[in-house]
Design a protein around this ligand. Sequence first.
Ligand code: GNR
Ligand code: NI
Length: 168
Amino acid sequence: MAKLDILTYPDPRLHTVAKPVAEVDDRIRQLVKDMAETMYEAPGIGLAATQVNVHEQVVVIDISETRDELQVFINPEIVWASENRKVWEEGCLSVPEVYDRVERPDRVRVRALNEKGETFELDADDLLAVCIQHEMDHLRGKVFVEYLSPLKQNRIKSKLHKRERVRM
Ligand code: GNR
Ligand code: NI
């Protein structure tokens, strides 16, 4: 097991588009373990491979209070999204200390592969729906702050550059 380094916005590597996983093999299962360890230690409720500079379509999520309900999504696709949208206050491990409101479909149906390479479908609402969409954005090279106004994005960039300089 290994804890991985998380890229910080505005690192250009966060805008890389992830490739589909060709085969769910031991290499991918090790990546899933390392990503889970990294997410739990951070701590966060989700992590996309993009954030640890691996550009393949792998996501881990655990929204449980007890932190023992790991969900793995390989090559996830949204097969249905509700017309109804909802605003949620989002944060991101790649954008430390920034929280802001993002509007997204409030329910989604996702199709993905599990760690065994089997296809499954899942209906998600509330926090799980938000988290899956947030992680799938990472795989497309999109960070949640890109939904905010250009003014806010510039403020966040300068705040994180300053933070970098003092090595917080
Ligand atoms: O830990 C996380 N919390 C969170 C809160 C609201 C909406 C989305 C998230 S995901 C985030 C972890 C992360 O950055 N995943 O990419
Ligand atoms: Ni994130």
